[in-house]
Design a protein around this ligand. Structure first.
Ligand code: ADP
Length: 547
């Protein structure tokens, strides 16, 4: 009977050692097989070179990527398969210094057996024995995709530049056209206005009124299209000047009140008590937005009331968030259409359009103007009950606000009187416009002298009998800018006569150009009696002209 072996029996120790070695070897072989299979299945090339740079190992992916049998390639340096231009990159990668931080890997080309090249990302690590191990990943597809992406981006950029240029050209064309259309329209409107105001048999009065109303409608369409195209082309700039918000809303309301009353619709303006009046901003643009919203409210309201309501939502240290709302009791707008109203050319209902007219651009312009001024616009409405269109703007409060309180009432009373004492030099070559401006000026009590060209203007201004010069910019020979420059030169050292540019040009930068030429203000044509009066008052200031 065998004795059980003791633990320290040397024979038992040998058996165990053999068994352990066998198991270990088997495990190692299995591990190596697994590793080899993985390496063989990899789509990335794995390579190894010896200290002389010759390839000593390549996995089967090599054959797939470069189309050469592994056996044939071993023993050659990697550079044999790389075009000479890429050798510096290859060397840098193989010595461990070629990794670009942005890409993460260097990129080289590999020459395939058929002569074509493929792009590969190379990642290599030098070994202590002087050899190198590394990987090569085929990135031809990625690079093609990148190139396509870049080409698409470039072409999109080129298209954007072309579109921008086309947009600018369109806008310039429209501005030029509008100038050309506005000049004669100015004459038509002005004459119609004078005709309507003169004693006429009723039939003729009716004709004159139709001419006047149609002219106004045409002018508003031209203005809408021009404004919208300028905004689209990024050519519309807003200005930041002191203004009285209450006065702006009052003027806008006064302009439209008759239209509401004519329809039998009530009209009101409410300006929250204690709210600041004087702000810094673009009065003209605010007025335009309010006129548009109020015009619409009156247009779409048959009975009830339209109210313009201004309130202060929040008062900061030097600014205030103001809300201007136009409320009406009109036809209202269905919920699902409300968000689309601010799109260009959108009209809620074509039957109302036929009835009320319009271009569908008004609200799109308002939205863009509000955005340009850093504000917001929106609508609340119920069909059959009415709508409230609102605009919120954060405006800096004019530092003069504190001293301005109380002065406003006096101001408007003074306005007409001051303009009335003016001596005006009117420089205008177009006989119709000349006649119209002269009529307006006489009507507000100004004494008018007319110059028909720039040279006459310079000569007459030298007499220094004028409180203000109204200067058309486009004159034959010496134009308004040149004449202004000469007048400014000849009055050097003496008092300065305010010069107001009169122009039908409506391009951004015109105002700046006029001011740079030495003019003091700018009146866009067609001029209105009210704007003319205010402008004369503005430029003559507190001075009391003789008249
Ligand atoms: P337009 O009035 O020239 O057609 P707008 O952009 O100013 O263009 O207005 C777009 C549309 O919004 C109008 O056609 C009308 O359908 C609707 N709308 C605007 N304001 C009102 C309002 N106060 N009440 C009802 N509908 C309105």
């Amino acid at each position: 009977m065998d004795e059980p072996r003791k633990k320290d029996d040397p024979l038992l120790a040998t058996d165990l050692h053999v068994e352990a070695t066998y198991r270990l070897t088997e495990a190692l072989v299995q591990a190596e097989n697994r590793m080899r299979r993985r390496i063989e299945l990899l789509s990335e090339v794995i390579f190894e070179t010896d200290a002389t740079g010759a390839l000593v190992f390549l996995n089967p992916a090599w054959e797939k990527v470069v189309g050469r049998p592994v056996g044939e390639s071993l023993g050659s340096p990697v550079s044999r398969f790389v075009p000479q231009e890429d050798w510096p990159t290859l060397t840098a990668a193989m010595t461990g210094g070629g990794v670009s931080p942005s890409v993460g890997q260097s990129q080289i080309r590999l020459i395939r057996s058929d002569g074509r090249t493929v792009w590969a990302a190379i990642l290599a690590t030098p070994m202590p024995d002087g050899g190198v191990v590394g990987t090569l990943r085929d990135i031809t597809g990625v690079r093609r995709y990148q190139r396509e992406l870049e080409a698409a981006k470039e072409s999109a950029e080129r298209m954007a530049v072309t579109a921008q240029a086309a947009n600018r050209a369109k806008s310039e064309f429209l501005a030029t056209m509008s100038h050309e259309i506005r000049t004669p329209l100015n004459g038509i409107m002005g004459m119609a206005e004078l005709l309507v105001d003169s004693p006429l048999p009723s039939k003729q009065r009716q004709y004159a009124e139709i001419v006047h109303v149609s002219g106004k409608a045409l002018l508003s369409v031209i203005n809408d299209i021009l404004d919208y195209s300028k905004i689209e082309a990024g050519m519309l700039a807003t200005e930041t000047l002191p203004f009285d918000l209450h006065t702006v809303l009052e003027q806008a309301s006064e302009l439209l009140r008759p239209r509401a009353l004519e329809k039998g619709v009530g009209f009101g303006l409410s300006y929250a008590e204690g709210m600041p009046r004087r702000f810094l901003g673009d009065a003209g643009r605010i007025r335009q937005v309010i006129l548009n919203l109020t015009g619409n409210a009156i247009k779409f309201t048959e009975k009830g009331r339209v109210s313009v309501v201004a309130s202060c939502v929040e008062r900061g240290k030097g600014d205030a968030l103001i809300r201007m709302a136009v409320e009406d009791t009109g036809i209202g707008i269905p919920d699902h259409l409300q968000s689309r109203l601010f799109e260009k050319f959108f009209q809620a209902d074509s039957s109302t359009t036929r009835r009320y007219g319009g271009t569908g651009l008004g609200l799109a312009i308002c939205k863009r103007l509000a955005a340009l001024m850093g504000g917001d616009i929106g609508v609340e409405s119920k069909v059959g009950q009415g709508s409230t269109f609102w605009v919120t703007l954060r405006l800096p409060i004019d530092p003069a606000e504190a001293t301005a309180a109380g002065g406003a009432a006096e101001e408007s009373a003074r306005e007409a009187a001051e303009a009335a004492r003016c001596r005006v030099l009117l420089v205008e070559d177009n006989p119709t416009n000349q006649f119209l401006a002269e009529e307006y000026l006489r009507r507000i009590g100004c004494a008018v002298v007319v110059a028909r060209n720039g040279h006459d203007a310079v000569r007459l201004a030298a007499g220094r009998d004028f409180d203000v010069i109204l200067m058309d910019c486009h004159l034959p020979g010496l134009d308004g800018f040149g004449a202004t420059a000469q007048i400014r030169r000849q009055e050097a050292g003496r008092g300065r006569i305010p010069i107001v540019a009169l122009t039908a040009n409506a391009m951004p930068g015109d105002r700046e150009r006029c001011l740079a030429a030495g003019m003091d203000d700018y009146l866009g044509k067609p001029i209105s009696l009210q704007e003319l009066t205010r402008c004369i008052r503005r430029v003559t200031g507190e001075k009391r002209p003789v008249g």
